[in-house]
Design a protein around this ligand. Sequence first.
Ligand SMILES: NC(=O)c1ccc[n+]([C@@H]2O[C@H](COP(=O)([O-])OP(=O)(O)OC[C@H]3O[C@@H](n4cnc5c(N)ncnc54)[C@H](O)[C@@H]3O)[C@@H](O)[C@H]2O)c1
Length: 391
Amino acid sequence: MLLDSLSAKATNSPNDRIRIGVIGPGSRGQELIRQFLHLPGNEIAAVADIYEPRYAQVDKLVGRSVPHYKDYRELLARTDLDAIVISTPVSLHAEHAQAAVRSGRPVYCEKALAFTAGECRDQVKTAEAGGHVFQMGFEYRYAAWVQEGVRRIQAGHIGEPTHVYAYWHRNNDWRRPVPSPDPDKKLEHLINWRLYRETSGGLLTELGSHHIDIANWVFDEPPARVTGTTSIVRWQDGRTVGDNVQAIFSYSKGRRMVFSSITDNAEMGNQLWVYGTEGTVQFTIEDATFYYEPKKPKAAPAGAEVVERGITTGASYSPRGEMPYRGEGERLSTPNAEDPTLACCRSFLDCVRNGKKPVADVRIGYHSAIATVIGNQALYEEKSYAIPGLT
Ligand SMILES: NC(=O)c1ccc[n+]([C@@H]2O[C@H](COP(=O)([O-])OP(=O)(O)OC[C@H]3O[C@@H](n4cnc5c(N)ncnc54)[C@H](O)[C@@H]3O)[C@@H](O)[C@H]2O)c1
């Protein structure tokens, strides 16, 4: 009922309604549909999915019967769609997004942009040749507290940002339930595509791509190299991607981004810390908190001895050791902040309607995706690799 009234309110006039086709309305696709239903001037006009149970799920969500197709090409062949959302697994983004661009429509493509280095480049080439709006599903680019936090970092509030430490820690097996029987494991691979290397970039791609994008934004450039490691420490259940990942990305001037994801302890949750020479920012999924480095005492004259608790030392030693900073942070408050995914969908409609360039455009998508593609190569081989940029 609520959704009915929201979608009814959403339509100003049938003529300026943006008619959206969704390819892959699974978990994320349905979340995007839910957000579009809250926004005026659009209509979920068709969906395409090879998994038939999705059709009834979408109908229930939208509150009416939405035309559906098993083959996405039939959806793209419709002439009455104004924009296409791609929310299939990452290994299909290149095929689906490029077909959508070639059909002449603006595209909202879920992260990550693509699955291989060649596909990443092709996505950029095709999107730019198409000349339509191409927006990535990087909702944190649209989160008010992340925008303001990054603005303050770039304005020098924490000195020179030198390190980003990003954590995405969970305590679960990352599995989805699969209907039985499933004798040939087809449903297992369709539903749990994230767990298999043929279809997934694992934790680095699925979770780290968001953090890499924020680090790229903070440092105002993409990373140049990556190294790392991965293993299966807990979930020996037939998956072929790691259940934990540690990766280090190198930026210019010696700056680094460290990404850690584990699935056997949720202590750190999803958070990203930016360390600067004069302070620190902690970003979470709902706020940002600034901590400033304690002001240092004036430097002792060269050669001066320091006497602490009867011990005479050089100025660098303190018998108290180095405790973590426990001062109260300054919480960045954005009380009326819109849900980032809602803001991301709203911005997409605005770009489509007014021909604007998306905040999270295809190049932003490239720099995060290529870092995950090369990153995975580095993790699996435990080597260090250069990350190709864009010309
Ligand atoms: N931006 C975010 O915060 C966010 C959050 C979650 C997921 N995602 C991204 O969204 C994408 C989908 O993730 P999900 O969790 O919704 O996966 P999902 O498995 O729930 O949904 C994917 C859907 O695509 C369908 N599909 C598979 N092959 C298809 C084909 N050939 N043609 C048409 N449909 C096909 C599946 O049947 C399924 O319904 C991934 O790229 C993921 O990284 C983004």
